[in-house]
Ligand binder design. Structure first.
Ligand code: BV8
Length: 251
């Protein structure tokens, strides 16, 4: 049962943002970063998810991403991703702002997505900029560009790298005007992405955290729902459908 206050927020909200992290894909079988079985628990970000590490050992870093691409392709969107697809039709304005690079929001069918940290299905050559996206990239075990021999890197944001300007600006603008932001499955420790829920809070929008554990955001969230992303997002979508049926928006 959703808190009364949250139901009133849902009834009134016209503009919404879903801000997602690795936790929304955990139920698809993709390991998170900082959980016990998280990716980082085995490897440290400085070892692999940064440009210097890539230049030092391009084969190792490229093989790690090829492995992760394989894992994401073997997985499927879960009911949490599907609930966010339905959410697009339940608000006047809705956008998914994701830190995830696993491509699952796209595969679930979401249309309006800001990918703050890139997408593991996109790659480009450092030498000539040629793009190597999706399947065509797989049969290239040397990760070098057939056109110019340059190094091919994943089109994702490593630590110390700037976020894609257009994606970041889309995310900031949405946070500035959101009536509600659902913060789903993120430990809220990576910046500048983790600033976005603070922006919503500062402009008077409601922050609804959905997480199986407490995070640094819990204290500023208007509602912190403790549990699985799929359970709460499905419940929120059912409530929205009920509320929208009895008149689009009730004050
Ligand atoms: C940058 C791609 C600026 C690679 C990633 C202050 C301001 C600005 C920057 C910084 C700053 N302080 C420090 C920095 C630097 C750094 C940073 O934030 N470091 C952190 C670690 C302190 N930031 C950067 O470097 C960023 N760039 O700032 O540039 C700049 C640059 C140059 C010059 C001047 C300025 C770039 C950050 C992007 C890094 N790239 N990923 C890859 O994936 O390999 S970050 C990585 O962490 C992923 O993208 C991931 O999405 C992201 C966040 O992690 P989460 O998604 O939250 O995942 P996590 O495992 O941590 O948490 C999962 C959560 O889910 C948990 O809470 C768990 O309880 C919950 N959960 C689990 N299961 C479920 C669930 N919840 C619900 N249901 C479930 N079933």
């Amino acid at each position: 049962m959703l808190p009364e206050g949250l139901q009133r927020t849902l009834a009134r909200a016209r503009k919404a943002v879903a801000f997602t992290g690795a936790g929304i894909s955990a139920e698809s079988g993709i390991p998170t970063f900082r959980g016990d079985d998280g990716l980082w628990s085995k490897l440290r970000p400085e070892e692999l998810a940064n440009f210097d590490a890539f230049l030092r050992n391009p084969q190792l870093v490229s093989e790690w991403y090829a492995h992760r691409r394989h894992v994401t392709r073997e997985s499927r969107p879960n009911p949490a991703h599907d609930a966010l697809v339905e959410m697009e039709d339940l608000f006047d304005k809705f956008i998914i702002v994701t830190q995830n690079i696993d491509n699952l929001h796209r595969r679930a069918g979401s249309k309006n997505i800001a990918e703050l940290h890139g997408n593991i299905e996109r790659n480009y050559c450092l030498g000539c900029g040629a793009r190597y996206d999706g399947e065509e990239f797989e049969d290239n075990p040397t990760f070098t560009c057939p056109k110019c021999g340059g190094l091919i890197r994943p089109d994702i944001v490593w630590f110390g790298e700037m976020l894609p300007t257009e994606e970041w600006e889309k995310a900031e603008a949405a946070a500035e005007e959101a009536d509600v932001m659902f913060v789903v499955g993120t430990s809220a420790v990576v910046y500048p992405a983790a600033e976005l829920p603070m922006t919503v809070n500062r402009q008077g929008g409601k922050v609804v955290e959905i997480n199986i554990e407490e995070t640094p955001l819990t204290r500023i969230a208007d509602y912190s729902l403790r549990g699985q992303a799929s359970v709460f997002l499905v419940e929120i979508v059912e409530k929205l459908k009920e509320l929208r049926k009895v008149g689009k928006y009730t004050e």
